[in-house]
Design a binder for this molecule. Structure first.
Ligand SMILES: *Cc1c(COP(=O)(O)O)cnc(C)c1O
Length: 556
């Protein structure tokens, strides 16, 4: 007991120290110097604006049904992995009941022979059972796993009777998730064996964990400069360690003129060694375009001149672009990859995403190069969870930090969630490149996009880099094209896009997102293809024109 209290008070004092350190750093930090931050505090975020408009739209004057194209939450789901989850839970419960047949109680599944018992329990004529058989066979035959060990991991995982162990990721699960990332995002570059994966509560948790650990480990320090690929999903700029850490942000902008890709001039900003990190969403949100091969190549050049650059890429939309290639596959040493199942599989409520990092990475090298004082501080921080704090890899620090270090032994994503991630990954892997689910998801998004563009009278952008998940529409251009320059000028003066969006909600029941809230150009709005049926996009365009017609009368 003494020992335990000793440890507890140690943990409490560490928490207190961390709190005080945080307070000191944030309370007395350097002067604010970040454009992104200033703009965000002046400008309402796109999400705040949309929340108001949702309310207005629900009581719109025309009494139309609400068309909310603001949200990125998809209205489709993957059924196969969910059926598999439900079926496998039932099977796993049978295993537990076999181990301790008491009313309302079960025991721990027995590993010996579990692979055979699993196969015997599945009916190959049932679609879901057949998928589970294929999934397990794939892992055994293609990934070289031991059948008993795999089924036992999945059974314990779905039952959830043990803390995640290893904390970072279950053993076979890590292999499966690596295979998934390789197949969907690396475009043939073989990195599965040299990548560590940490499943997290969605991409959002992944990002906050990474920023917290970068700052906590003094790889990013108050006043450091970080580059941000804009336009960008705004909540990321609101992460406290970005916002309150007085990091100076430098925009690396992509523009419509350049096909929503970065120009060389913009990327050249990254050559400056005072820029410590580059943070991007690829394919982007809101612009919804992937970096081209040319850009990836140039980025590689740029990093040669700033070899300590930490790149953080959020590839949640990667599967919506054919032949997508992640920055991680081009710059594995410098890049931390974040992926989430939320969008493709309609799984936002599950909170399932992950961090992937090469075993050989820039963060570990930078840790080794810290000052003696910083090293001493970090040694103290982590020595309660490891015997060799100096050698504790960055990704393990991310795991430990996610539970304030002290609770490292209970960290890690819930094991049923990890099993669900396995089933989603395997629902892709057993088909490989011809994955019918990914094809269907792309077709759904594509049809909505084509319908909208046609109804708005706009030329669809058929470039391969276009994910089409969102589209940025320039309202001023739309007005000029359809009503002439005089009207467009009047509109620009009298109805800035925020007012246009308010009217669209209040009078027509349509909700769109406010472009400048994402650092997209003035006069633009973001329309999401995720959440309405195909024909709704026709109606949405009709209502936009109906409002513009009314404006035209008003002008006259
Ligand atoms: C929707 C979205 C995500 C997904 O976040 P989760 O926390 O996994 O739901 C991540 N990044 C971007 C840019 C997104 O638009």
């Amino acid at each position: 007991m003494r020992n335990m209290f000793g440890k507890k008070s140690r943990i409490i004092s560490i928490l207190l120290c961390a709190f005080m350190l945080t307070w000191t750093l944030f309370g007395c930090g350097a002067e604010k110097d970040s454009d992104a931050e200033d703009e965000l505090s002046d400008e309402m975020s796109a999400f705040e604006v949309a929340a108001d408009q949702r309310e207005m739209a629900s009581e719109n004057k025309a009494d139309y049904s609400v068309l909310d194209a603001g949200r990125g939450n998809p209205n489709w789901i993957n059924t196969q992995a969910r059926y598999a989850f439900s079926r496998f839970m039932e099977y796993a419960l049978g295993e537990c009941e076999g181990a301790m047949p008491e009313d309302g109680m079960g025991g721990e599944a027995v590993q010996k022979g579990i692979g055979e018992r699993f196969t015997a329990a599945m009916d190959p004529n049932n679609e879901t059972d057949a998928f589970l058989i294929d999934a397990v066979d794939y892992c055994v035959e293609r990934l070289g796993m031991d059948r008993d060990e795999l089924v036992k991991e999945l059974v314990d995982g779905i039952i959830g009777d043990y803390y995640p162990s290893p904390s970072r990721c279950l053993t076979n699960t890590e292999v499966i998730l690596n295979e998934y990332l390789q197949s969907t995002l690396y475009k043939g570059v073989d990195l599965a064996d040299e990548t560590d994966v940490f499943p997290t509560e969605g991409g959002s948790a992944a990002m906050t964990y990474i920023f917290d650990s970068l700052t906590h480990n003094r790889l990013l320090n108050p006043g450091d400069r970080i580059a941000i690929g804009t336009p960008i999903f705004t909540p990321y700029l609101e992460i406290p360690s970005v916002k309150d850490y007085d990091l100076v942000t430098v925009d690396v902008a992509n523009t419509e003129e350049n096909g929503w890709d970065y120009t060389k001039e913009e990327m050249d900003k990254l050559k400056d060694p005072s820029i410590k990190a580059f943070f991007l969403v690829n394919p982007s949100n809101p612009a919804s375009h992937a970096l081209s091969e040319k850009t990836l190549k140039y980025l590689k050049q740029v990093v040669k001149e700033n070899p300590d650059l930490i790149i953080l890429t959020d590839d949640v939309y990667g599967t919506f672009v054919e032949d997508f290639q992640t920055v991680y596959s081009v710059l594995p040493y410098n890049t931390i990859l974040v992926y989430s199942y939320s969008k493709l599989y309609g799984a936002t409520g599950w909170r399932v995403g992950m961090i992937a990092m090469n075993k050989n990475n820039v963060c570990d090298r930078l840790l080794r190069g810290l000052s003696d004082e910083d090293k001493e501080y970090l040694k103290d921080e982590y020595d309660i969870v490891t015997d060799e704090p100096e050698k504790f890899p960055f990704i393990e620090r991310v795991v430990a930090d996610s539970r304030s270090i002290g609770l490292y032994h209970t960290s890690g994503l819930s094991t049923p969630s990890q099993v669900f991630m396995d089933f989603l990954a395997l629902s892709h892997l057993i088909y490989g490149e011809e994955d019918p689910y990914i094809q269907r998801a792309n077709k759904v998004v594509n049809e909505r996009y084509e319908t909208l563009m046609k109804a708005l009278g706009l030329e669809p952008d058929e470039s391969v880099s276009n994910a089409k998940y969102y589209v940025i529409v320039d309202i001023d251009d739309l007005a000029k094209e359809n009503y002439g320059k005089e009207f467009a000028d009047w509109l620009h003066e009298e109805k800035p896009e925020k007012e246009f969006l308010d009217d669209l909600a209040e009078r027509k029941g349509v909700v769109l997102m406010y472009g400048p809230g994402f650092k997209a150009p003035e006069g633009t709005v973001r329309i999401s293809m995720a959440n309405l049926e195909k024909d709704d996009y026709k109606e949405l365009a009709r209502r936009m024109f109906e409002l513009l017609d009314e404006y035209e009368k008003e002008m006259k």
